[in-house]
Design a protein around this ligand. Structure first.
Ligand SMILES: NC(=O)c1ccc[n+]([C@@H]2O[C@H](COP(=O)([O-])OP(=O)(O)OC[C@H]3O[C@@H](n4cnc5c(N)ncnc54)[C@H](O)[C@@H]3O)[C@@H](O)[C@H]2O)c1
Length: 253
């Protein structure tokens, strides 16, 4: 399969297994992309890249703290030196700082914003600059959440970042549309990754939340990877500033 033949992709937060980033990286590699798997978990990213390479794909692991603007400069410079400029960036790395509002500390708020929102700004800015400099079209996919569309208890800080990602992406999409640099968001519902491990520790609440999903089940990482593949490929060439919800019907109510 070659829906991404000759494309160079960066996927952040690619170490977690099961995780969205590793699934996106694998799916992109299966479709012919060269994939830079970045994560602050260097060993985890290396393991994912090795498994992609041993399956016949092409992946390179990079240590990368997405909350660090200087790390972003290094990652974009490395990819640009190797290949001209990235064609695809998936801003996927993220954390969930979940507290009732009166328990949310300044430190928790700041950390949530740095990892989930500052990161997407740094990455999008760097990728757009590199794409423009190289005169290349491109696709930037920012992973938001259903929490970026509707309110969820304990998600005050998380929702602030994911809603911010949603509208930041639309503004950049308009700025860059004439150069065919497309910017879109994906809004996963509940997907069965390591991020859900904490939630599973309260099985009664967890089962009730899953039971309220119209499809009555969690999504799998590949469900998000396939949506990313569409937005990364030229099949979505007229799609920019869009938000693609992949949530088993959660927000259809
Ligand atoms: N799983 C879900 O149900 C769900 C739902 C909606 C949105 N999302 C979003 O999808 C994205 C991926 O989530 P996931 O479920 O795969 O989570 P995960 O916890 O399984 O994986 C997250 C990855 O991000 C990395 N990471 C964390 N902080 C980082 C930093 N500062 N720099 C670099 N890497 C860092 C972690 O090391 C890990 O590999 C996140 O943005 C998350 O908010 C997930």
């Amino acid at each position: 399969m070659s829906r991404l033949a000759h494309k160079i992709a960066i996927v952040t937060g690619a170490a977690s297994e099961p995780g969205l980033g590793s699934s996106i990286a694998r799916r992109f590699a299966e479709e012919g992309a060269v994939v830079y798997c970045t994560d602050m978990d260097e060993a985890g990213a290396a393991k994912v890249a090795e498994s992609i390479n041993s399956d016949g794909g092409t992946a390179i692991a990079l240590k990368h703290d997405v909350a660090d603007a200087k790390d972003w400069e290094k990652v974009i410079a490395k990819v640009t030196n190797d290949h001209g400029a990235p064609d695809i960036l998936v801003n996927n790395a993220g954390i969930a700082v979940l507290h009732l509002i009166e328990d949310l500390t300044n430190e928790g708020w700041d950390k949530q914003l740095r990892v989930n929102l500052d990161s997407v700004f740094y990455g999008t800015r760097g990728a757009v600059a590199a794409m423009r400099e190289a005169g290349k079209p491109g696709s930037i996919i920012n992973i938001s959440s259903v929490g970026g569309i509707v309110g969820v208890p304990t998600c005050t800080a998380y929702s602030a970042t994911k809603g911010g990602v949603r509208l930041m992406s639309k503004s950049v999409a308009i700025e860059c549309a004439a150069q065919n640099i497309r910017v879109n968001t994906i809004h996963p519902g509940m997907i069965d990754t390591n991020m859900q491990a904490e939630a599973k520790k309260n099985p009664d609440i967890f089962d009730a939340v899953v039971g309220a999903v119209p499809m009555q089940r969690l999504g799998e990482p590949v469900d998000i990877a396939n949506a990313c593949l569409f937005l990364a490929s030229d099949e979505s060439r007229y799609v920019t500033g869009a938000e693609l919800v992949v949530d088993g019907g959660m927000t259809a109510h």
